[in-house]
Design a protein around this ligand. Structure first.
Ligand code: ATP
Ligand code: MG
Length: 712
């Protein structure tokens, strides 16, 4: 890795004396080290955090660990994202210029073009750390700096406009983030041989559907509901049977938070409407989408009571009428679906639902309808982004892709359910990938250079991934078995089975202690997983109910979106249907496969405080994230053995003046020249190694001393 500036100066600085950089950098830029590998005390978490804090204090939000970018959310708009800034980073080597998301974007783009190898940028961090903003900045960088023709500008615009649409339907105000992504997203941007964007594809993961029917205090439902009510035209709302008042809708008042100061629902609605047009949605499709949004609100307001015969009845007829009209389903069938259940063992026979069951069936339908509509939306965006050979007159074979992964970070709430389980399992898998790839690439470089690799000790979280996904005895297998077993599955029997199979595993804990006593920290309906990033108690309450969806009525809908979504499921239903957990496991396995086939770059986002405030750096909070993002481990791996590696010619060019034997020009083999030079400089054998094309320097101090000699 060449740590050189355009003038050949090494790009390195240390806390005490500054050794770099470009002439354009100001003194402000020289705060701390811009690459953690240069920290003298690289094993010290305190030194790591102090470096982050000092830089953050100077609004230097980006710092490297080798090629990994660490980003701290500034919670305010910084003047570092202009077109002029983009230009500064264009075509410039990673280490020649101060760390930036544009440096990662540009480096990835150039690697894709020169090496013709697919790339991916993995963005991780907890909620509110800045993942989505980072992914948007990367996309904007490509949209602005890549060559485009008229045809391609359509694709470029669609790529950009897919964001406001997906955010409207998939993001919500939470306690942690006013614009929190409630789904995971992987987006491929496809470039042709000229480096112009010609297509895209989005994979979405696990939308947090429970939010449709319930929000915690201080949180909201998905943005689109409020946008429609605030921004929709009056006659449109009338047609949908809606009132312009979010307070009227049960599904929108649970969090007691209809308005958010940082959000303008009315103008966001306009943006989304425009974006839908740019992406190519037909009017009828938009209408079908709005019908679904409205029907979810009507479902939420559908109430039940007891009829004369003691059976549960719908008491809000007007909502049922609207529902039937908006969803295009037969009224009596809908009424029956909400108040009766089919007895699968007895053909068409139905039995009445209790009040609680009817409420649950209503909520399940609302979640399923919204979830399917979201899936449809992504599919529709994908159609619009798909590479079209005839339009671009360009060969698909010669194109390459850059994938952007913006996926939920590790999550621990007071009550953690199936959704948190999936999110945290996903993070385990990504951590596993990170370990594999970082170690692998380091190892490959040492091997290529013929340098002996000194393994670093690190926690391999494969043991936790196995605990979740192993065939026959992993968590998901047990869940599947319990769900698909005849009879009513119960949460308690599921928990017992978990105990039987996983009890005694180092990363699985229940309330039962080995000595027969009770562990207080874990409830009776809970189990605890000891994740690589921390301990989380999950409640199994409702775990099993989460696994099935109500697709009975929606399959026969006149609404194009609904009938497509539900029909597909019915047609493909296998003898042994997949549970939501298995589906998620399989989609993650596919994602990992996609990522493994690409050259990865990493952006690790950190949230500086919980108050969404600029200029505030809460050390304890940052320390926690540094720990669970595995940054110290990352740094240790990166420094395993050697802090620097530099090609022989660059090293000689830079320091040849320090040795009479190599000055003014070394005539022999480059490796011999470097050997002569370092001998003259008095490098001790343990301080360096000579590889095939590069010198590897173990400690930053050695390089700093050499640099100081140059300055003297
Ligand atoms: P979640 O997991 O909840 O989706 P996230 O990591 O995607 O969280 P973002 O939505 O990207 O977080 O960021 C949260 C907020 O922080 C943004 O809405 C914005 O206000 C602010 N923010 C993040 N990154 C930046 C940045 N680089 N510059 C200015 N503000 C930022
Ligand atoms: Mg996000």
């Amino acid at each position: 890795m060449a740590y050189l500036t355009p003038s050949g100066r090494p790009c390195a600085c240390k806390l005490t004396s500054v050794v770099i950089m470009e002439s354009t950098l100001t003194a402000r830029d020289r705060v701390g080290v811009q690459d953690f590998v240069l920290l003298e005390n690289y094993t010290s978490e305190a030194a790591f955090i102090e470096n982050l804090r000092r830089r953050f204090g100077e609004k230097l939000i980006y710092t490297y660990i080798g090629s990994v970018l660490v980003s701290v959310n500034p919670y305010k708009d910084l003047e570092i994202y202009s077109k002029a800034h983009m230009e500064r980073y264009r075509g410039v080597s990673f280490y020649e210029i101060s760390p930036h998301i544009y440096a990662v974007s540009d480096n990835t783009y150039r690697a894709m073009r020169t090496e013709r190898r697919d790339q991916c940028i993995l963005i991780s961090g907890e909620s509110g750390a800045g993942k989505t903003e980072a992914s948007k900045k990367i996309l904007q960088y490509y949209a602005t700096t890549c060559p485009v023709t008229d045809h391609m500008s359509t694709i470029r615009d669609r790529l950009l406009q897919s964001n406001p649409v997906l955010e409207a339907f998939g993001n919500a105000k939470t306690l942690r983030n006013d614009n929190s992504s409630r789904f995971g997203k992987y987006m491929d941007v496809q470039f042709d041989f000229r480096g112009a964007p010609i297509g895209g594809h989005i994979l979405n993961y696990l939308l947090e559907k429970s939010r449709v029917v319930h929000q915690n205090h201080g949180e909201r439902n998905f943005h689109i509901f409020y946008q429609l009510l605030e921004g929709g035209e009056q006659d449109q709302l009338s047609k949908l049977g809606l009132e312009r008042n979010a307070q009227k809708y049960h599904y929108l008042v649970k969090g007691c938070c209809p308005r958010v100061s940082s959000i303008n629902d009315k103008s966001d609605w306009k943006t989304v409407r425009k974006a839908l047009t740019v992406i190519g949605f037909h009017e009828e499709e938009v209408e079908d989408l709005l019908n679904i949004i409205a029907s979810v609100l009507h479902l939420g307001n559908t109430q039940f009571g007891e009829g004369e015969d003691g059976e549960t009845q719908i008491t809000t007829e007007s909502h049922l009428t609207y529902l039937s009209k908006l969803l295009g389903v037969d009224g009596p069938a809908l009424r029956e679906a909400l108040t009766h259940k089919k007895l699968t063992a007895k053909g068409e026979e139905v039995s009445p639902l209790s009040f609680e069951q009817a409420v649950a069936a209503r909520d399940a339908l609302a979640k399923a309808v919204y979830g399917r509509a979201f899936t449809w939306l992504v599919a529709k965006i994908n159609q619009s982004l798909a590479f079209k050979d005839e339009v671009y007159n360009s060969s698909k074979g010669s194109s390459s892709v850059i994938g952007l992964l913006d996926i939920y970070g590790f999550e621990v709430f007071q009550h953690n359910s199936f959704e948190q389980f999936c999110i945290n399992y996903c993070n385990e898998k990504l951590q596993q990938l990170f370990i594999k790839l970082t170690l692998k690439s380091e190892q490959e470089e040492y091997e290529a250079e013929g340098i002996t690799w000194e393994p670093v000790k690190y926690f391999d979280n494969k043991i936790i991934c196995d605990l979740v996904e192993e065939k026959h005895k992993g968590f998901i297998s047990i869940l599947d078995e319990e769900c698909l077993r005849p009879g009513e599955p119960s949460d308690i029997s599921f928990l017992e089975k978990l105990e039987d199979t996983l009890g005694g595993h180092a990363h699985f804990v229940t309330h039962k202690l080995a000595n027969g006593k009770t562990r207080k920290a874990v409830g009776r309906e809970e189990f605890r997983l000891i994740h690589y990033a921390g301990e989380v108690n999950y409640t199994v309450n409702g775990e099993l109910a989460n696994q099935s969806v109500n697709s009975r009525t929606a399959g026969s809908s006149d609404n194009q979106i609904l009938s497509q979504c539900f029909h597909r499921e019915e047609v493909t239903t296998q003898k042994r249907p997949e549970t939501a957990a298995t589906q998620f496991k399989n989609s993650l396995a596919k994602l990992i496969e996609i990522l493994m086939s690409k050259e990865p770059s990493y952006v690790r986002c950190i949230k500086p405080n919980d108050a969404k405030q600029s200029g505030r750096f809460d050390e304890a909070l940052v320390r926690h994230q540094v720990k669970y993002l595995g940054l110290m481990e990352n740094l240790r791996v990166r420094r395993a053995g050697f802090a620097y590696r530099r090609r022989y010619e660059a090293f000689l060019q830079r320091y040849k003046s320090l040795c009479p034997g190599t000055w003014p020009n070394w005539q022999g083999r480059l490796a011999d020249g470097v050997a002569t030079l370092v001998q003259h400089l008095g490098y001790k054998a343990e301080e360096y190694k000579l590889g095939k094309t590069k010198i590897f320097i173990r400690f930053p101090k050695t390089l700093f001393t050499t640099e100081d000699a140059l300055e003297a």
